[in-house]
Unconditional design. Structure first.
Lengths: 113, 113
């Protein structure tokens, strides 16, 4: 069975700083995907970034990038030049064979002005 | 394109009553998911449809929860009778095909009194 663990319940940084959110996962499959989703108070889950396990290159999307360490089963999210609008819950998730998403417990990120 | 639509946005009922949630996925999306998100936790998959067939309902409490996706488009999730522990946000998501990222609706917040 898949498991996803986020060890940081809350984080807080100043605007324009860089912040890294941690995530570890466990899976017995060789074909899987990893995701970071953002959930603002509006409740809608918004896809931030996606990583295919077979790709060694770390995914990037503008200010968002990941550090994917396959052997360590680690998948951290780095947010550069953080903005007030980045304040939200962030969930790490894995998808085994492109089936259901298994989510971690989430990290509440606050960007302070 | 229009996103995943869910209704109602909020629902308050008493325990032992019944309730139903509706989801309209993005047009053309074959795969539809229902997740339960209890406060302070990550979403958990309840049921996954591929067109109008069930792919995974292993975590659906079938003694009280039911879901259907008639004609492979809209879906309804029902709880009968509701228990206090069913208080949660119910999220609907859809994807073009199983391997593609999931797009989420705004969810329905259910409160059981």
């Amino acid at each position: 069975a898949q498991t996803v663990t986020q060890s940081q319940p809350e984080m807080s940084v100043q605007e324009a700083e860089t912040v890294t959110l941690s995530c570890t996962y466990d899976t017995s499959e060789s074909n899987y995907y990893l995701f970071w989703y953002k959930q603002p108070p509006s409740r809608q889950m918004i896809l931030v970034i996606r990583q295919e396990a077979y790709k060694q290159q770390n995914a990037t999307e503008n200010r968002f990038s990941v550090n994917f360490q396959k052997a360590a089963k680690s998948f951290s999210l780095k947010i550069s030049d953080s903005q007030l609008g980045d304040t939200a819950m962030y969930f790490c998730a894995s998808s085994q064979g492109a089936q259901k998403l298994v989510f971690g417990q989430g990290t509440r990120l606050t960007i302070n002005p | 394109e229009a996103g995943v639509a869910q209704s109602p946005r909020y629902k308050i009922i008493e325990k032992r009553q019944s309730v139903a949630f509706w989801c309209n996925p993005i047009s053309g999306h074959a795969t539809l998911y229902w997740y339960q998100q209890i406060l302070g936790q990550g979403p958990k998959l309840l049921i996954q449809f591929q067109n109008n067939g069930v792919v995974d309902d292993s975590q659906l409490p079938k003694d009280r929860f039911s879901a259907e996706r008639l004609k492979g488009v809209d879906s309804t999730l029902k709880i009968q009778p509701a228990k206090l522990e069913d208080s949660a946000v119910y999220l609907c998501a859809s994807s073009l095909v199983v391997a593609q990222p999931q797009h989420f609706g705004d969810g329905t917040r259910l409160s059981i009194l």
